[in-house]
Design a binder for this molecule. Sequence first.
Ligand code: HEM
Length: 305
Amino acid sequence: MSELAERLVDAMNAIHGVHPGHRAVHAKGSCARGTFVASPAAAELCVAPHLQGDEIPVTVRFSGGSGKPTRADGAHDERGLAVKFHLPGGSTTDIVSLTLPVFFVRTPEDFLAFLESQRPDPETGKPDLERIGAFVDAHPETRLAVGFVMMTMAPASFAGCTFNGIHAFRWTGPDDEARWVRYRWVPDEEAATLTDPETRALGKNYLHEDLERKLGTGSIDYELRVQIGEEDDDPNDPTVAWPEERTWVTVGRMTLTEFADKDCEPMIFDPGRIVDGIERSDDPILAMRSLAYGVSFERRTSVGD
Ligand code: HEM
């Protein structure tokens, strides 16, 4: 398993290059601080400490998906929101989400093959579109996420992006009842997109500058919603969205008030970092993420040793 994690990070490096001190993917990020307050409905669904209604400090990191720290913010990419809840007593728990509705592949082995299909051709320095097309043809489950990356225009602001947790987690309530849930961060700000000429005119860092500007004068707010899985909803397949008409419950609000620039860069945000009341599914992608994030963290923090 951990050898596969090393190979996944190597494959990411082959696509994006090695950038000492930076994450293997999601290399360009900005940090912010604020608070999360759970709604009364949350405590009925889950006994986890951050879901009981107390004000919980959070550190978040907004990022673009690329492993290139200088990548322009207007690139056609997925975007990430990593949230760390600072719990009473000093421990933490994380939710690490994407603008994608689903993930590209079902297994870490498929992810390695998918990344390898994107390795730039040594002669042209560009990815071989035929090789990527062949992978997608052989793995129809990748189409939704690939289509999303190709078709979606760049956002005008991180503050208007909706982020999905993608994996399922099992929440246990005070009545001992357990349910599968999937997370979604829904912004107060209305979503808006920009054309390529518009993003070029705004400059390479417009999303991060917008974040700094907005947090300098006000707050950025998100609702945390959970989608409750039903019997037919597979908790272990991150390539399939559960039907939208499933019950959604608003379980809390996050209010970001402080721009923290690069302060959280040394942190690791790991979706496998959970607390009592929450369990992981058997989704093999989820299990691999903790290992691969550990490899990337180890490499980026041992620079200069
Ligand atoms: C096997 C599949 C995956 C692998 C191998 C992988 C690998 C990685 C790695 C190596 C990093 C850098 C970690 C660090 O240095 O701290 C990262 C960051 C990230 N990944 Fe993944 N990832 C996978 C799936 C996913 C999925 C399914 C999501 C969303 C649900 C996701 C969202 C993110 C986000 C938002 C970040 C940036 C976190 C931060 O700001 O610190 N990844 N990923």
